[in-house]
Design a protein around this ligand. Sequence first.
Ligand SMILES: *[C@@H]1O[C@H](CO)[C@@H](O)[C@H](O)[C@H]1NC(C)=O
Ligand SMILES: *[C@@H]1O[C@H](CO)[C@@H](O)[C@H](O)[C@H]1NC(C)=O
Ligand SMILES: *[C@@H]1O[C@H](CO)[C@@H](O)[C@H](O)[C@H]1NC(C)=O
Length: 223
Amino acid sequence: MPKNCKCAKPLGIKVRCWWLLLILFFLMGLAIFIFYSLDQQASWPMNPWRIRSLSNQSYIDVTTSVDSYFVEYPHPYQFLMDEPNRCQEESPFLVLIIPVEPHNQEARNIIRNTWGKETMVLGHVVSHYFLLGLSTEGYGTKAFQEELLLESQRHHDILQSNFVDSYKNLTIKTMVMFEWLSTHCSNTSYAMKIDSDIFLNVQKLVDLLLKAPRQHYMTGHVD
Ligand SMILES: *[C@@H]1O[C@H](CO)[C@@H](O)[C@H](O)[C@H]1NC(C)=O
Ligand SMILES: *[C@@H]1O[C@H](CO)[C@@H](O)[C@H](O)[C@H]1NC(C)=O
Ligand SMILES: *[C@@H]1O[C@H](CO)[C@@H](O)[C@H](O)[C@H]1NC(C)=O
């Protein structure tokens, strides 16, 4: 405490101490600034540039998806291979849906032998299903379909719908997934869509979900 500052008097803040107050206000302002710029980058009022570029981005995204994907779905696709009762019988806590290309049996086997093997995690049932469309190569030839049927009978984890499985049709795949979940698996606490080239830490996920809300909850990687 500097000698010429007599702040010790009860209640009285002497005019000489004005600079102390100034420093205090400055520090508070700095703290508020840091809080906002860390927490709400997009809505920080002093950064109009960012707001403008964000709204432009979402404008562009919406129009593109209407043009090239939205019209694809309203169509009654049917399951050629299904597990209609498994979910009801197992009553899982977490269902993992893995979109995969029909020909990628290698990825399916790797998952079955690694993270897909974990069916009871922290006392909770976890089950996985592979979601496929029709093979583009040969348009689901009889021989390939027979091979796939054997795989399905062996593992009981294949859901195949009769739309053409292509990159552009991934929107259809996602909608078909929601349809399957709501008709066959509405009782599960959580469902997750996960790509076939990802390694999933099932323990960590279940641990996270056990602490998460049971309703109106959605999570994922937020950029
Ligand atoms: C942002 O959107 C406006 C229309 O809302 C448009 O005129 C402008 O060209 C867009 N900017 C970019 C970089 O796309
Ligand atoms: C949903 O699960 C609960 C137990 O978690 C069970 O009692 C109930 O019968 C199930 N309902 C259906 C429709 O499967
Ligand atoms: C998407 O699936 C539909 C239904 O099978 C098919 O008619 C269409 O050609 C597919 N689109 C692409 C780009 O593969």
